[in-house]
Each structure stands twice: as structure tokens, then as C-alpha cells.
Design a protein around this ligand. Structure first.
Ligand SMILES: Cc1ncc(COP(=O)(O)O)c(C=O)c1O
Length: 444
């Protein structure tokens, strides 16, 4: 039963926010531009539930954009944060907490021999790129269309996520010089990759990739593509960087690299490893990491990097995960995916749920989505906007943008997923997605 929601307080606070902060938000995808209406102003969260300023409750599938794999306010994380806060929040010096989480990550993520913590995913990819350039003494970088690596000048071309909502393929304010050394290639396209590397090989410092893309909907790279990428980069002395900021610790402790058995030279992490606090990290081969200051000549620093509250909370979060939890979470997700895709198939609905373990996205076409061009074809702005509000009215919070992935936490039960499945099916049965058919899409 749909409960009539009152959003008076949210509306009032957001009006104030709009007067003070650009668009009323501190990150563009939060602004509901893609789905219409005003953002809800959140008050608290516990386990799977978000509560807004009018005390409406929502089952959360945005989960701080993938950071909260344990759900909200996990007891161990909260306790670790409180305990650490009471002992002083920031020293700008080495702490025991850093060493513990560093050890855990080095043990679990196959490519990481040495690590550096920073404060966001953006800082991680920006620094990894600088390090790869310093290590190889080469200028160019290859990325892939639709992959988003944070708002790094050099990587903000043909990026998915919020950038896809801009009129042009990149951001204003980035001089051509910053992107002239960036080549953006189609995802999952071995031939173009081979040709490009053959043409520029001695100038390419790094290839950076989301090995499972989560910012153009969820698109796993094929294992043939990642295998070819690993071989080509290895053969030409190019640093291969996996951006696992979204996928790190998502399918299992080892991320995509452990799942595919393909080990990059460097890895960027973020989101989950902070237990909900702001974090980023980059790490990799010891010989590459040794080029970083204070050991080497590549400079990167940060007043708050390795902050004790973040480190202790992140460590508590990673310690709270275990193999059994991953197995159960992934099994629940598989069952949900089978159910919903079975529904689309048997009802001839032009949509499917793409997923990689517990990260998912609804695509408005039947055929699989392999790259950014497909992802754009599979977008359904109006349909997604209607779906988003339908879910909201049913007490379900999804990311307020069509190309973003949504996430399931270890606390979402079969019952939660049944509710989600029911809400999705009701939407499609009631014709909410009506205008979706390939003919209309090609015409528009
Ligand atoms: C794959 C990927 N890389 C990098 C980033 C940037 O991380 P942050 O928002 O912490 O700067 C994101 C953020 O969503 C991401 O999904």
C-alpha cells in the first residue's frame, strides 16, 4: 500500500539549501535533475533504512553511492568511530589504525604491495595517474568511454555518471592541454585498443579502467577484453590501473581483480574501505609505489590523509565483512536478478537488470549492454524518472540518476528484495514504462 508522504520539511530546508549552496547540493548527481522534483533532505539512517526530515522511511539502495555495504550505522563501525573520536580526531602523524587497515588491504587485494591513503576517490585516481607518469616518464593516458574516475581534469572526458548529464562530453574549465594526452576508447573493444596502443605505445604511461563499469549502468568488462588489456599493457611497459573505487570489496574481499584473476599494476580504492567516511587509496607494485615521495620524486600529500577516525572506522567495516556474508549477499542478489529478468522475459518487456554481484542497474532495452554507446541507447530518462518516483512513493530510495548503479547491502533480506521486485513489477505492469520501445528510441 502506498502511503501518502508529506515532504514539507524537506522542501523547506532544500529551499534554504538552494539559496546557499550551488543547486542546493555539494555533488551534482544528488540534485534530482535527472528525475525531477526536489531532493529529499535526510535526517538519519539505520541498517537498510533512510529517514528524511519529515520522518518518511525508505529502504535504501543508493547506500551512499555504494559505500555502505554493511548498511547504515553498523555497530562495530559506530563504536570504532566513537572510541577514536574521544582520543582526538586528527594528529597529522602516523597512527596504529593506518597500519592495521593497510595490512588488511595488502593481504586481501592481490595487486597491492604498498598503499597510500587519501581523502576521496578523485584524489586516488589523480595521484595514481601522476605516479604512473612519473614512473614511466611518458605523458599519455588511455581511459574508456563512460568510465568515471572522479573529477580529475585529465580524466573528465567522455565520462559517465554526472558528467553524462552535461551538454558536452567533458566539463567546462578544463584547458585543452589537460586532455590532449588523454585518449578515450570504447569499452570492451579489443581491436581499437590494440590499434591505439600500437600507434602510441612509447608515449602511453597508463591505461585506467573500471574493470566492471558502474557509472554507465553496470557493465562488466569481458574477460577476453581484460586479458588482452593486461597483455598489451604488460608487453609495452604501460601501467595498468584498475579503478576499483566502486567495486573494491564489493563482490568479495579481492574485488574484480580476484574474481577475474587479472592483476593490474595499480589499484584505486574508495567508498567501502572507509566504512562510510570520506576516503580514497591507491596502491600497487612496490617498485611503482617507490617512486612516490618521500621515497621517490612524485609528490602527493594531504593534511587529513590517513585520518585516524576514518582509518579506524574503515578497518572496523572491513573486519565486519566475511566470506559467508559475501556468499549470502551474492546468492540473494542472484535470486533477485533471476526473478526480475524472468519477469521481463515472460512479459516481453523491453528491459533488463544488468548486475555484477550486489551492484545493479535497470537498463531499458532487452539486449545486453557492452559499452557507452549501448548504455546511452539503453537509457530511459523519462521512464527512469517515473520509476524513481514510483519507488519513492513505495518507500524505496534509488539513486536519482538513470546511469548510476544501485546497491544491495549485507542487511537487505530476501523480504526487502521481494518488496523491491514487487514495486518494479507493479510499475512495469501498470504501463509506467510504456513509451519504451526500440523504434521510439531510434527516432528520438
Ligand atoms: C569508479 C569511480 N571512480 C572514482 C570515483 C570518485 O570518487 P569520489 O567521489 O570519492 O571522489 C567514483 C565515484 O563515484 C567512482 O565510482
Amino acid at each position: 500500500m502506498v502511503k501518502q508522504q508529506i515532504r514539507k520539511n524537506s522542501e523547506q530546508i532544500f529551499e534554504q539549501a538552494r539559496e546557499l549552496m550551488v543547486g542546493g547540493v555539494n555533488s551534482p548527481v544528488r540534485c534530482f535533475k535527472g528525475v525531477g522534483g526536489n531532493p529529499l533532505v535526510m535526517k538519519s539512517a539505520n541498517r537498510t533504512q533512510l529517514v528524511d526530515q519529515d520522518n518518511n522511511e525508505y529502504t535504501d539502495y543508493c547506500l551512499s553511492w555504494g559505500a555502505s555495504i554493511l548498511g547504515h550505522a553498523h555497530r562495530n563501525v559506530t563504536l570504532a568511530a566513537k572510541k577514536t573520536v574521544e582520543r582526538g580526531v586528527s594528529f597529522g602523524a602516523t597512527t596504529r589504525h593506518e597500519v592495521k587497515i593497510a595490512q588488511l588491504i595488502v593481504d586481501k587485494v592481490p595487486s597491492i604491495e604498498r598503499i597510500r591513503f587519501v581523502n576521496s576517490g578523485t584524489e586516488a585516481t589523480m595521484s595514481a595517474l601522476r605516479l604512473a607518469r612519473g614512473f614511466t616518464k611518458r605523458p599519455m593516458v588511455i581511459k574508456f568511454d563512460g568510465c568515471y574516475h572522479g573529477h580529475v581534469d585529465d580524466l573528465l572526458t567522455q565520462a559517465g555518471s554526472g558528467v553524462a548529464a552535461l551538454q558536452q562530453s567533458s566539463s567546462d574549465g578544463i584547458p585543452q592541454e589537460h586532455v590532449k594526452n588523454t585518449l578515450s576508447l570504447p569499452y570492451n573493444d579489443i581491436q581499437t585498443l590494440e590499434q591505439t596502443i600500437a600507434q602510441h605505445k612509447d608515449n602511453i604511461a597508463a591505461v585506467i579502467i573500471e574493470p566492471v563499469a558502474g557509472n554507465m549502468g553496470v557493465i562488466p568488462a569481458t574477460s577476453e577484453f581484460l586479458t588482452a588489456l593486461r597483455k598489451l599493457t604488460h608487453d609495452h611497459g604501460i601501467v595498468l590501473i584498475f579503478d576499483e573505487i566502486m567495486t573494491g570489496f564489493r563482490p568479495s574481499f579481492g574485488g574484480v581483480q580476484a574474481d577475474y584473476g587479472i592483476i593490474p599494476d595499480m589499484t584505486c580504492l574508495g567508498k567501502i574501505i572507509g566504512g562510510g567516511f570520506p576516503i580514497g587509496a591507491y596502491g600497487g607494485r612496490a617498485d611503482i609505489m617507490a617512486c612516490l615521495a618521500p621515497m621517490g620524486g612524485v609528490y602527493q600529500a594531504g593534511t587529513f590523509s590517513g585520518n585516524p577516525v576514518v582509518m579506524a572506522s574503515g578497518y572496523a567495516a572491513l573486519r565486519a565483512l566475511n566470506d559467508d556474508m559475501y556468499t549470502k549477499l551474492n546468492t540473494r542478489c542472484d535470486a533477485f536478478i533471476d526473478d526480475i529478468n524472468g519477469f521481463f522475459d515472460s512479459n516481453g518487456i523491453d528491459a533488463h537488470m544488468s548486475h555484477y554481484f550486489s551492484m545493479m542497474s535497470l537498463r531499458f532495452r532487452r539486449e545486453p549492454v557492452r559499452n557507452y554507446a549501448d548504455a546511452q541507447d539503453a537509457q530511459g530518462h523519462e521512464q527512469y524518472a517515473r520509476l524513481f518516483h514510483h519507488l519513492l512513493d513505495n518507500g524505496i530510495y534509488f539513486p536519482p540518476a538513470d546511469l548510476e548503479a544501485f546497491f544491495v547491502s549485507t542487511l537487505h533480506t530476501r523480504k526487502h528484495l521481494r518488496q523491491l521486485s514487487h514495486a518494479l513489477k507493479t510499475f512495469f505492469k501498470s504501463g509506467g514504462s510504456q513509451s519504451i520501445n526500440s523504434k521510439e528510441r531510434t527516432q528520438s
